[in-house]
Structures are given as structure tokens and as C-alpha cells.
Design a protein around this ligand. Structure first.
Ligand code: TMP
Length: 209
């Protein structure tokens, strides 16, 4: 297994992660680089089913503990079924969210605690990402973007305070893993954010275009 191939993308709501991953995929296609692109929660059948339960706006009574465990369950299945096999085949894995989302959203914003999240995810800790791109968008900018989007899920509908805590949570995550997590200024235009992310990934993989 190549120790540099597991790359994750993190950020609060509307950080532009999905667009960035799209552009990196297009570049990898052009360069003939072998990769898979996937997301959390989801990426495979069982995890997509769990995703639907977690994000269903009707599931208002879900406790933060249950939410934490469901994300951990989806993560473990996705890791065993999709991520680890791809890494074993020597492919680069581009993953939209991973454990750091649970640390920021459940550990910090929901108040479950970072240690409890790590405990709940103990099975998944065997494979931490090699590089994490954190797109840092301040909550006011994110919320402005969010109001222009039509489909909102259970987490999108949380109050501004929650999104501010997620933001602080991500900053704690950066302090926890300074060698792995790279910060990109997400308040810039999406073109600039994309350019910065691509440059970081290329630099990390020691690729020249
Ligand atoms: P998405 O909108 O980026 O697809 O992510 C779905 C939502 O799930 C988003 O609000 C972030 C949240 N989330 C967590 O709260 N904890 C996690 O561990 C993950 C992976 C996502």
C-alpha cells in the first residue's frame, strides 16, 4: 500500500469541496493517474443507506451519540469495502470527508468530545488519511452560500451557532494533526480555492503539470 495515496477533503457546509474534487478528477484523468473518488457518509450501498437515515429531516429525535455511531459504522464499511481495496491496488483515493468531519461535527459541535469520537471510530483508525485538505470558509460566508442552495438536509438546517462550533472544531482538528492537515483559504473565489487545492495535491504527490 502506497503510504501517500489516501487524500481527504474537509470543510463546513458549502466549502466548495465537491467542485474541487471534480477538478482534481479531471486533472488526474488527463494525466492518466489511477484513482477513485468517493464520499462519506456513503460511497457504497450500505453506507449510502446509513447516510439516508442520518440526514433524513424527519429523524429529529436522533441523539448525538447515535449520530456519532452511525457515521462510524458507515465509515468502517466504506473503509473495508472501498477505500482499503483501492489503496491496496495502488490507486489514489480522493475522499469527500472522513474522520475529521466526525471530530469537528460530533466531537466538538455536538459536544460528544474528541476522545469519545476517536473511541467510537477505533476500528477505522487503522487507516488515517495521508493528506487532508481543509477548505477554511468562515461560517458567515458559508451560510450566505447555503441560503442559495435548494436541497437542505438535517445538518444543513442547524442554527448558525452550530456551524460556528463546526468551524472552531475544524481548527481544533488542525491543532491535533498539524502534519497531515493543510489549510486552504476557502473565502476566496471558487476558482482560486480550486487552484490552491490542486497545487497542494500536486506538490504533495510530487507531480508536475
Ligand atoms: P456532505 O453535505 O458534505 O455530503 O456531508 C453530509 C453531512 O454530514 C454534512 O452536514 C457533514 C456531516 N458529517 C458529520 O456530521 N460527521 C461525519 O463524520 C461526516 C462524514 C459528515
Amino acid at each position: 500500500m502506497n503510504l501517500k495515496n489516501f487524500i481527504t477533503f474537509e470543510g463546513g457546509e458549502c466549502s466548495g469541496k465537491t467542485t474541487v474534487i471534480h477538478s482534481i478528477k479531471a486533472l488526474f484523468d488527463e494525466l492518466g493517474i489511477e484513482y477513485i473518488s468517493t464520499r462519506e457518509p456513503g460511497g457504497i450501498k450500505i453506507a449510502e443507506q446509513i447516510r439516508n437515515i442520518i440526514l433524513d429531516i424527519n429523524n429529529k429525535e436522533m441523539t448525538s451519540e447515535t449520530e456519532t455511531l452511525l457515521y462510524a459504522a458507515a465509515r468502517m464499511q466504506h473503509l473495508s469495502e472501498r477505500v482499503i481495496p483501492a489503496l491496496n491496488e495502488g490507486k489514489i483515493v480522493l475522499c469527500d470527508r472522513f474522520l475529521d468531519s466526525s471530530l469537528a461535527y460530533q466531537g466538538y459541535a455536538r459536544g460528544i468530545g474528541m476522545d469519545n469520537v476517536l473511541k467510537a471510530n477505533s476500528f477505522a483508525l487503522e487507516k488515517l488519511p495521508d493528506l487532508t485538505i481543509f477548505i477554511d470558509v468562515t461560517p458567515d460566508v458559508a451560510l450566505k452560500r447555503l441560503s442559495g442552495r435548494d436541497k437542505q438536509d438535517r445538518l444543513d438546517l442547524e442554527e448558525m451557532d452550530f456551524h460556528k462550533r463546526v468551524y472552531d472544531g475544524y481548527h481544533k482538528v488542525m491543532e491535533m494533526y498539524p502534519d497531515r492537515v493543510v489549510r486552504i483559504d476557502g473565502n476566496q473565489s471558487l476558482e482560486e480555492v480550486t487552484k490552491d487545492c490542486i497545487n497542494k495535491v500536486l506538490e504533495y504527490l510530487k507531480l508536475k503539470v
